[in-house]
Design a protein around this ligand. Structure first.
Ligand code: PLP
Length: 452
């Protein structure tokens, strides 16, 4: 029997999680060298290394018997808890009626793109998750490349939006940002808002990393600055290390009753409601408690210590630049100063660079520029500094909080040795690249001399 796949599905870009799995299977074949039995240095997967917070785990166990379907928009207790959570942490008054629960923010962003007519503006570099959705829905879209500071330029946004004649334009703002780890401050959000108000741009503000912001007082939600035009999405996946729970939520803009009804139709059509026990477990994650507050503080601190280390080590490699992360567990490394060496070694694309780094002797997995919606020839890469045992690091951090610079470095070395060694491998790769080229050049000079 031959099955015919719908053309629309064949046409979509491979989503990043599948792409990474396929890539690692294909290129990280079992290495015959005994010293490589550790597998690989994993800078590719964007997953929090910590344990799911205990209150959430316990609440899930207690809710195992709850077998009834939940209401389409989510259980009332959870929507109330999220409303209070937003008031407490993000200073936003979001009535529970504006909050909808979904199976992860990825699905909710897809649902929003389904109900919102219009052309999508996608700033780049970007999390790869957005593009397959936009393509699948056959939406018009335009990239908005960021400049050297890797943030949206309000004037570029304005110029682009003025060229678009669609009745509605939708900006996907990802703050804090995957892959750069950067955050937008109040003024930057206000400048973007001015353009959005002038040109009536709707914003989907993906704030899934908000709670991981190292200096939490610096995080500002777009939902606060542009409340009438912003859909804020967030969830359990990153800040609560519970991507596998599949629970996210969206806060609708103020005054959007008709839209909420349309949205409910979509949710009811596609998934009825999120699993009831998971919704009950999530309440414990969003309730304001000392235990959750400690969890957020400790995990943020560890992300910061390892992020600072990764950043400092990477930029100390000759010619390598990087964004200095302020949130998330990523940074964007820029290897473009090696373009000519890479090209001479027949590495013409970021995909090929990722392939060259994953094979022996380097065994280092990164996410290349093409998976970040950059040009294929842009040798930038996302480095996710999460390849360590988060539960162990958490315990060690609590027992002895590293304060001085050298204590922090010691903390990274003893708790995240694969991060330390993976960065060394990146350095070795670029050293080898330079040295091999030098050797080749010398050989060809010698050959010429011999021939003449
Ligand atoms: C920027 C960004 N948005 C959304 C998601 C998906 O989150 P969820 O697990 O809630 O679907 C991710 C996951 O990697 C992400 O990096």
């Amino acid at each position: 029997m031959k099955f015919i796949v719908d053309q629309q599905v064949e046409d979509i870009e491979m989503p990043e999680n599948l792409k990474l799995n396929t890539f690692l299977q294909e290129f990280h074949s079992n290495c015959p060298h005994p010293e490589c039995s550790f597998g690989f240095y994993g800078f590719a997967f964007g997953q929090s290394p910590f344990a799911v917070p205990k209150p959430v785990q316990n609440a899930l166990i207690d809710s195992a018997g709850k077998g009834a379907y939940a209401p389409v928009s989510g259980i009332t207790e959870l929507r109330n808890a999220i409303s209070k959570y937003h008031k407490h942490y993000f200073h936003i008054d979001a009535a529970p009626e504006r909050i909808y629960i979904g199976p992860g923010t990825k699905e909710l962003i897809f649902n929003l793109l389904e109900i919102l007519h219009g052309t999508v503006i996608l700033p780049t570099p970007a999390w790869l998750g957005y593009l397959p959705q936009i393509r699948f829905l056959k939406k018009n879209y335009h990239m908005l490349p960021t400049r050297a500071n890797r943030k949206i330029s309000p004037s570029d946004l304005r110029k682009l939006a003025l060229r678009l004649h669609d009745r509605q334009k939708i900006l996907i703002l990802n703050n804090p940002n995957n892959p750069t780890g950067l955050i937008y401050d109040q003024l930057e959000l206000e400048e973007i808002t001015d353009v959005c108000r002038e040109l009536e741009i709707t914003v989907i503000s993906d704030e899934i990393y908000a709670q991981t912001t190292f200096d939490f007082s610096k995080f500002v939600s777009m939902g606060k600055v542009y409340p009438e035009g912003t859909f804020v999405t967030n969830g359990l996946s990153k800040s609560h290390a519970a991507g596998g729970y599949r629970l996210g939520y969206v806060i609708f803009p103020q005054h959007s009753p008709e839209l909420k009804l349309q949205f409910k139709k979509i949710l009811a059509t596609e998934y009825t409601a999120v699993s009831t026990p998971i919704q009950h477990a999530a309440i414990a994650g969003f309730e304001i408690s000392n235990e959750m507050e400690e969890y957020f503080q400790v995990t943020r601190k560890i992300h910061q210590i390892i992020g600072d280390y990764t950043y400092n080590e990477l930029i100390s490699i000759d010619g390598v630049k990087a964004t200095k992360p302020e949130s998330t567990f990523y940074l964007l490394a820029d290897f473009n100063s090696y373009s000519s060496e890479l090209q001479k070694a027949k590495i013409f694309t970021s995909q090929k660079l990722s392939e060259s780094l994953i094979v022996h002797p380097y065994h280092t997995a990164i996410v290349g520029g093409d998976s970040l919606v950059l040009e294929r020839t842009d040798f930038s890469a996302r480095i996710a500094y999460v390849d360590y045992d988060g539960s162990k690091a958490y315990q060690n951090y609590i027992q002895h909080k590293p304060k001085t610079h050298s204590e922090k470095i010691e903390f990274v070395k003893s708790n995240a040795p694969k991060v330390v060694n993976g960065i060394k491998m990146i350095e070795r790769f670029f050293n080898d690249l330079k040295n091999d080229l030098l050797k080749n050049e010398n050989n060809s000079k010698n050959n010429l001399r011999l021939a003449s």
